[in-house]
Design a protein around this ligand. Structure first.
Ligand code: ADP
Length: 157
C-alpha cells in the first residue's frame, strides 16, 4: 500500500509523530501531506510546517514530506497513493473524521482511510493546545519535538 498522512500540522506534535512511526510499521513508507490552505488561519506557513516535520522525521526511513492544496483525493492521485492515514483521540474527533472519510470515499472509492487510535499518553495533545500553552510561557517540551519547541518559543517571545 502507498500511504499518505494528511493534516495541518500547525505545528507537528509528538502525537502526530507517534502516528507517523506506527504507520510506517504498516506501510513501510509514508508521505506526510501538509495542507496549504489559505482560508485556514495557521500560525506557521506551510513551508515552516514542512521544515519542522522534516527535522522531526530526519531519523525515520522512507518518510517524505510534501505540501498540498485543494482536494486530498487529487493529491492522492498525483502521488499514486491508495491509503489515507488519520488519527483520532476523542469521540468528537471521530465524528469529524468519519465525515471526511465518507466524503473522500465518495470522491474516490479506490482510496481507503485507515484510522489509528491515539496512544493514551498523546490523546490530549493537539497543535492548538500546544500553541496555547506556549503562548503563555508554559513548558511544552513533553508535547513536541525539539525544533518545534524552539520555533514556538521564538514565535511567542
Ligand atoms: P487537521 O486540521 O487535518 O485535523 P491536524 O494536524 O490537527 O490536521 O491532525 C492531523 C491528523 O492527526 C488528524 O487525523 C488528527 O485527528 C490526528 N491527530 C492530531 N493530534 C493527534 C494526537 N495527539 N494523537 C493522534 N492523532 C492525532
Amino acid at each position: 500500500m502507498k500511504a499518505v498522512y494528511p493534516g495541518s500540522f500547525d505545528p507537528i506534535t509528538n502525537g502526530h509523530l507517534d502516528i507517523i512511526k506506527r504507520s510506517l510499521k504498516l506501510s513501510g513508507s509514508l508521505t506526510v501531506a501538509v495542507l496549504n490552505n489559505v482560508s485556514k488561519n495557521s500560525l506557521f506557513t506551510a513551508d515552516e510546517r514542512v521544515e519542522m516535520i522534516k527535522a522531526s522525521v530526519a531519523d525515520l526511513p522512507n518518510v517524505k514530506v510534501e505540501k498540498f492544496s485543494g482536494l486530498l483525493v487529487d493529491f492522492m492521485k498525483k502521488e499514486n497513493a491508495d491509503v489515507i492515514i488519520r488519527g483520532f483521540r476523542t469521540v468528537s474527533d471521530y465524528e469529524y473524521e468519519l465525515q471526511i472519510a465518507h466524503v473522500n470515499d465518495h470522491l474516490n472509492s479506490d482510496v481507503e482511510t485507515i484510522f489509528m487510535v491515539a496512544k493514551n499518553s498523546y490523546s490530549y495533545i493537539s497543535s492548538s493546545i500546544v500553541k496555547e500553552i506556549a503562548k503563555f510561557g508554559g513548558q511544552i517540551s513533553d508535547f513536541v519535538p525539539k525544533e518545534v519547541e524552539r520555533a514556538l518559543n521564538k514565535k511567542y517571545k
